[in-house]
Write a protein that binds this ligand. Structure first.
Ligand code: FEO
Ligand code: CA
Ligand code: CA
Ligand code: CA
Length: 598
């Protein structure tokens, strides 16, 4: 039984100190288990994991690689079970194949990588009495979607010339989803998945828009273009326009093709999180994870229908196709002379100001309208970054997750870092991004006007400026800095039922492994940040889900360290020496069975 701890309700645990153990380290009195690993069979007929004899066919029925976003959904009528939906962002071939030659991947290796990307749906079962969660293989809802499964394009760009290819002259059917980073769960029971760094899969980009999206002009590192010409933009210039969207999946309908929702714009979607307006319309927040890029929101025009009838479900699957896409512009309230790029608080004591959501385009049932001079609506939705450039949106320090707090309505934006801020000709520090060469990142708190999700104005302030608390440029919402955990590179966020913000990190620049942290957002202890766990060598912490009695995290890319290979691993988590390192999902609970942190 853990000793009683001080702290905000939900955060009463002994913080895990920074460390570099090749393990998942949890607070005293807490237990953990590996729920599911890369390669575990989940579909009927899939073989047990055998990394020495892996095949694309096997992988397509097994849990994919590099799990990122996690959602846990209810399974009505099935006791002690929940449905897990996971993203498989990308593959680390050098850690997956013993004989990998990066210059000459084989067709089988490439096809295994295709099958290891995408999404997984898998039922989980709780062992009664001990807290462990395990996968139910061959459950009828279990599913894998990969880089070659069929997806549909819907909304204003479906059928546009900009997304037609020789394999799909209709511009509506896409094979696969790529680089699904984080995501969200909708109030109507579906999940959203952000296609993030899709640029890396496409060779021979040449256009100005390819360049703005980071698509290179030569061969790719993975060399998929040798095995499928759609990855060669010299041959299929529009194929890359079919990636970089938010995907909506109905995990309860295993026959349905997931939809790429083009009304939410095309950029490196970190994630997409949803809440409803008072009259029941969806509002979706999404960040574009790139140095000096923007964050966005979509306000739907149709209301969600309640109930589980077929008609209601079909209606709700059209909610994200009609509405207006906005980009954020932030204005500080302190004079520029007060913002010196060191991160020291300006004279008014806060990094804060006002903001505006600038409309970019509106999609309706009868067509779409652009609000950006010189761009058609289709161009705004496909080349959304260029639309943001034109309207003068605020260049941020890599917007990762954005999520509304279900208890207070305030919206939190994780800005992971930006080593280029203030260097050379790059933008200088401003009040919303107040540090030059920002190594540790920050978290912005945004309040929509009248606390209405659809408002076009908002107020904002920096909630956290991350780093070692002894670093004078850090800030923890005013909480005394001798009583908080060090944190660096905030990435994915989640909330618990108390309204505490949980932050997972990617790429800590403090010498510790990455981890998961909880922080109170209100009351006397607002800003008291505590580390809940750390992850193994080379890993980032992803997909946090914080339920009353359990925390779930995805341990993504363990062992991803320069120079590491299968023969010379940097990590052998989770199965120990002599085994392949495997990305996996971990559950954490209290040994005494009580709620987390109370
Ligand atoms: Fe896939 Fe922006 O992290
Ligand atoms: Ca200020
Ligand atoms: Ca991320
Ligand atoms: Ca990241």
């Amino acid at each position: 039984r853990p000793r009683p701890q001080k702290g905000a309700r939900g955060l009463r645990f002994t913080p895990v100190p920074p460390n570099t153990r090749d393990a998942v380290t949890v607070p005293d009195g807490y237990r953990q288990n590996v729920v599911i690993r890369w390669g575990e069979p989940i579909l009927r007929g899939a073989p047990a994991f055998d990394p020495e004899r892996q095949s694309a066919r096997a992988q397509a029925g097994q849990f994919g690689y590099n799990c990122d976003f996690l959602a846990l959904l209810p399974l009505k009528g099935e006791r002690n079970r929940q449905l897990l939906v996971a993203n498989h962002e990308y593959t680390d071939e050098i850690l997956m194949f013993r004989d990998y030659d990066p210059e000459n991947p084989t067709r089988e290796q490439v096809e295994i990588a295709w099958a290891a990307h995408g999404l997984a749906v898998v039922a989980l079962e709780e062992d009664r009495g001990n807290g462990r969660l395990t996968a139910v293989s061959r459950h009828h809802l279990n599913r894998r979607l990969t880089a070659t499964s069929e997806f549909r394009l819907t909304g204003p760009v479906a059928g546009s010339d900009l997304v037609k290819t020789s394999a799909d002259p209709t511009g509506t059917r896409v094979l696969g989803t790529l680089n699904n980073c984080s995501g969200g769960t909708t109030p109507w029971g579906t999940t959203l998945h952000g296609e993030e760094n899709f640029n890396q899969y496409f060779a021979n980009g040449g256009s100005a828009t390819d360049k703005r999206y980071g698509i290179g002009t030569g061969a790719t590192e993975r060399k998929w273009e040798r095995f499928d010409k759609r990855f060669d933009l010299a041959q299929e210039p529009n194929e890359a326009h079919r990636f970089g969207w938010v995907v909506e999946l109905d995990p309860y309908d295993p026959q349905s093709a997931p939809r790429k929702r083009t009304a939410l714009g095309r950029f490196k979607h970190e994630a997409a999180t949803v809440r409803l307006t008072h009259d029941g319309r969806p509002v979706v927040y999404s960040g574009d994870d790139e140095r000096f890029d923007y964050f966005y929101k979509f306000v739907g025009s149709k209301r969600m229908r309640h109930g589980n009838s077929r008609a209601a479900r079909e209606h709700n699957l059209s909610l994200l196709d009609e509405g207006t896409l906005y980009v954020a512009k932030l204005t500080g309230d302190s004079p520029a002379i007060d913002i010196d790029g060191t991160g020291k608080l300006p004279k008014d004591g806060e990094f804060d100001g006002s903001g505006e959501w600038i409309p970019l385009a509106t999609a309706t049932a009868h067509g779409a309208v652009s609000h950006v001079e010189g761009m058609t609506a289709e161009e705004v939705f496909v080349f959304t970054r260029l639309a943001g450039d034109k309207v003068g949106a605020t260049k941020m320090d890599r917007p990762e997750d954005i999520e509304p707090n279900p208890v207070t309505g305030k919206v939190y934006v994780a800005l992971t870092n930006n080593s280029n801020r203030g260097t050379g000709a790059n933008p200088k520090a401003d009040e919303a991004n107040p540090r030059h060469a920002n190594k540790h990142g920050h978290v912005l708190e945004l309040t929509e006007r009248w606390n209405r999700p659809e408002s076009t104005r908002f107020a904002w302030s920096l909630f956290l400026v991350a780093g070692d608390p002894e670093d004078p440029s850090t800030y923890f919402a005013g909480f005394p800095k001798d009583a908080v955990s060090p944190i660096s590179c905030p990435d994915n966020v989640a909330f618990d039922a108390h309204g505490n913000l949980w932050i997972s990190t990617d790429g800590s620049a403090l010498g510790s492994h990455d981890g998961l942290f909880g922080v109170a957002t209100r009351g006397e202890r607002r800003g008291e940040l505590k580390q809940f766990l750390t992850v193994p060598t080379g890993a980032e912490t992803c997909g946090p889900v914080v339920q009353d009695r359990r925390v779930l995290v995805a341990v993504q890319h363990p062992g991803e360290v320069d120079g590491a290979t299968v023969e010379r691993p940097a990590s052998t988590w989770p199965d120990g020496p002599g085994s392949y390192v495997r990305p996996a999902v971990v559950a954490v609970w209290r040994a005494d069975g009580r709620d987390i942190g109370v």
